[in-house]
Design a protein around this ligand. Sequence first.
Ligand SMILES: Nc1nc2c(ncn2[C@@H]2O[C@H](COP(=O)(O)OP(=O)(O)OP(=O)(O)O)[C@@H](O)[C@H]2O)c(=O)[nH]1
Ligand SMILES: [Mg+2]
Length: 1155
Amino acid sequence: MVVTGLDKIKTLQRNPANIRNLCILAHVDHGKTTLADCLVANNGIISSRLAGKLRYLDSREDEQVRGITMKSSAISLHYSTGNQEYLLNLIDSPGHVDFSSEVSTAVRLCDGAIVVVDAVEGVCPQTQVVLRQAWLENIRPVLVINKMDRLIMELKLTALEAYTHLQKILEQVNAVTGSLFTSKVLEERAEKLKEEVNRDKDPSGDQVYDWSAGLEDADDSHLYFSPDQGNVVFASAIDGWGFSIQHFAHMYSQKMGIRIEVLLKTLWGDFYLNTKIQRIMKGAQTKGKKPLFVQLVLDNIWSLYDAVVIRRDEQKVEKVMTSLGIKVMTRDLRHSDPKVLLFAICNQWLPVSKAVLSMVCEKLPSPLEMTAEKVEKLMSVGNRRFDSLPERTQELKTAFLQCSSGINAPAIIFVSKMFAVDTKALPQKRQRPLNQEEITQRREVARQRHAEKLAAESLERATRSGSAPGEAAMTRLPLKPEEEEEQKEVFIAFARIYSGTVKKGQRVFVLGPKYDPAQGLSLLPEGCITSDCIPEVPHLSCCTVENLYLLMGRELEELEEIPAGNVMGIGGLENCVLKTATLSTSPACSPFTPLNFEAAPIVRVAVEPKHPSEMPKLVSGMRLLNQADPCVEVLIQETGEHVLVTAGEVHLQRCLDDLRERCKKPGRELKHAGCRPSRTHFGHHWFSPMCRRSNNRAEELQSERLKFAKIEISVSKPIIPFRETVVRPPKVDMVNEELGKQQKVAVIHQSAVFQVKEELCQGRSSDCQHVDPDGLVTLTTPNRLATVCVRAIPLPQEVTVLLERNSELIRTLELMNSSLREGRAMDINLRTLEAIAELKDHLQSLLQGRKWRNAVERIWAFGPRRYGPNILLNSIKDYSRPSVWQCLEWRHSNDQIRAPAFPLRDFDNSIVSGFQLATLSGPMCEEPLMGVCFSVERWDVESVAFSQNPDTLKEDSVSPEALQYVSSHRNSEDVIAERKMDASSVDCYGPVSGQLIAAMKEACRHAFQAQPHRLMAAMYTCEIMATAEVLGRVYGVLGKREGRVLHEEMKEGTDMFIITAVLPVAESFGFADEIRKRTSGLASPQLVFSHWEVISSDPYWVPTTEEEYLHFGEKADSVNQALKYMNAVRRRKGLFVEEKIVEHAEKQRTLGKNK
Ligand SMILES: Nc1nc2c(ncn2[C@@H]2O[C@H](COP(=O)(O)OP(=O)(O)OP(=O)(O)O)[C@@H](O)[C@H]2O)c(=O)[nH]1
Ligand SMILES: [Mg+2]
């Protein structure tokens, strides 16, 4: 327990075989930071008495106050065992779902992970997520089952019951790993088969494959957690103990004379000790015997707790201590809290740090053991195959595998996030110990000050007893103003070096995520180095490593150089790295694959300074926040609002805290970050949903003022996203009575009629528009040159989900199509094309039936923004245009596809633009549409229009094709004459293409309104763990907030219930807090965005049938949830809201008089 010197660490850094880069992962609250404390205490950085209480790595003030980790932070530890010395770069990560992006940044830099599981709660949603993240990054996990004390003290299980319970937990964890493994094997197998099929295309084409064939041969035994494998530790971090069965195997092999190998195999499992013949036998369960693990391990711990904490039997404690050979201090022995004595005994008997650290050193890989598979995965950015990379790039794989720090090894570094620290915390600025001379000088200054103070006091006394007050003021010594040092923050890159050595002052290439090494190598001169003046290469820049730091939790230590295989901090990159980057001395290096983020940002708020003049400060603060947070999105909306998009309520709160600090000064000032406690204030009124240990106030979300040190900002209520959609006509009315055909029509057209009425009131002519009873809308442009007929059809739900899930792919498809249209060369990735073909097939299988015949081929566009979940369908007879799937055919023909020239094609773009606009904001409350198909059934453009379109034809030349098509019944002279006549009247409306866009948009909106339409709400899923007593209250809160319980099950071996529910995002604010309050902190849910759901109630609904009148009354003014949401959005956007504020004003007055 000696504090390790910097020199020692520097030496250890040069021996990669003994370096372990690892992170601690778990569900929220399972005890990661507490465990980290125990490991840190082992190094003497904090006192072992404070281990578990200090939560040293939670260095931010808000982390301490709320008791949750928000940022991952790293610390380098030294551990020696036997004759080996190890350097452990340990990263503690947050468990709350809102901060899962911080987990991604931590996992990327590690080779191994400690997965912590609460012994009572077992596998929770985030446990599964972190196991998946570890799996995706190919890092090896070890398991710590923590909070074992809860089994004794809270659940009051016997040792045998606890053993059964622990077995179940191990099964649960292994089931998650098992499913990850199975899916990977199947995926690999599928890929292999595909390759084989491609290679030797079977002419008969009817081969049968056994999809599970790969599973039997694959060996997965090393993946699972099992105490006999040495990759499981049972612990109670708070009480300071932990053990692996190796510890007890060693102990008992000496005591009982049984071979250690035998004990290692039998201590965990269905074995028991036959005392008669002194042998270990199998079948403890069937014979009703105590398993060895219970008899030799758990019983000891249970009786220790019994003696020390439960019965407080001094004599027995004494006996146990003597038998274990443990001595504790008298003050611990006499302490009123028995837990202190327990900690003192356990910490000596079974120190948790030793158990965990030896497991880590033994079981987790060193940087030298990095697998080729992992390297290839890291280097194959953007779905590219590793073997398609340039040769020089592929050669770098050996550099990764060798992890050499030699002079010739290229430096390869990955920055996974940027964090900010106070400049005062930098080692360069830290106060160094004073030498003798300085101490004397200071003493002299202090003496003088004291004398001055005394003189001032005596003078004051003298004035009070006679002299004039003015005199005293004059003679009072001026107080020296405290020199307020300019407070500034700097960004530090959280990084790992994979090859080479990085030195202070070194120049490196910064490779952006889109950098292409092939392009870089061709543009850069041979042998080009970073100090050269490099020519312009896209996504490549150069920068200097200004400072290098060893990350020590709250402290930083300055280093001159860092060799391969270490985690570190780099200063001086803030101007060239935004969030992540790859740094290298070789331009052949490819950028690393982007991080896998599990949580998508969903909660958005608008922020603005109270005083508009302070906008630059806010803008700069937001820019810095964006750089420092891997998950936040900062944007300026079309409306001009500055918007923050965060992963959830807790994340939002943290971002606002950070922002508030950051806005204090414009420029490069940043606060907080993983390494330094920030001086945040907690006096503001804001919801604190995850506050466990503070008496926070859950305020209703209101637009409120956050007081800044220097500026105030206003924060809007969270902007809840909605979607608008159309649905099939309902079959039953609001009282579940079947609707007759006529009534149905009445329901459908109610809103359309309302809309038309509204327009008439606004003085807009509606003679250009016609709505058929079956919902077909015909609209003519104001100059009457073009007409479109559009119908809105609801898309099947599965199609919408598919489109939503593949939006990135559709975006790529759209990019390809536009390059094809422009005749540009394309670098198409084979895998992407396969994915597109798959999407097309999938769509085809989902869009079945007469209505959708040939629909996939007829898709005209996706929208909004060309990749959204709505479809524009070409149902026009005799109009052909290139399909959206043209890139698939392009591959085969290897030539640009030319669709037959067609006059209407000139205006094709206007139709698409109109559709994009219509889908971007719907008529209900200007929110984007979702799951709507607009089918264009007719489209005419008068011949005159062709001559007007500036893009296509000159004023005087009318295309003969156009004339033939549009005006086959008229002769061309007539047309020209008519055109001349119309020209003046038509001109006032502007270019035809523009009018067509507007007409198409309007037609889509009317078509949308002609169908029954609904709002869609964003939904969260949540898993709530609660005991039976509070179950009712949890249901109460869920019901009140429109939540729906999907299922409920009892967690085996406990009295806990797990409830899985969905809840609208709109109702989620303050939910976690309300649940916690109502259940006295016993249940705490975590909300994860899951999907969009149609709100079944119609916002425009009014009673139409007799039963409805009877049930709801004439006004039907009971709560309509959809209307409430819609009006809230309309109000926020400043749109017209139809509301009656006062009804029958006279009546009210009369009532008042009569009182
Ligand atoms: N009974 C018991 N409580 C524990 C143990 N370890 C931690 N705790 C408590 O569990 C709570 C959460 O501990 P943390 O270490 O902050 O948990 P965490 O996993 O770091 O939480 P996040 O970082 O927010 O995900 C604290 O109140 C700890 O005192 C343990 O072994 N036994
Ligand atoms: Mg923590």
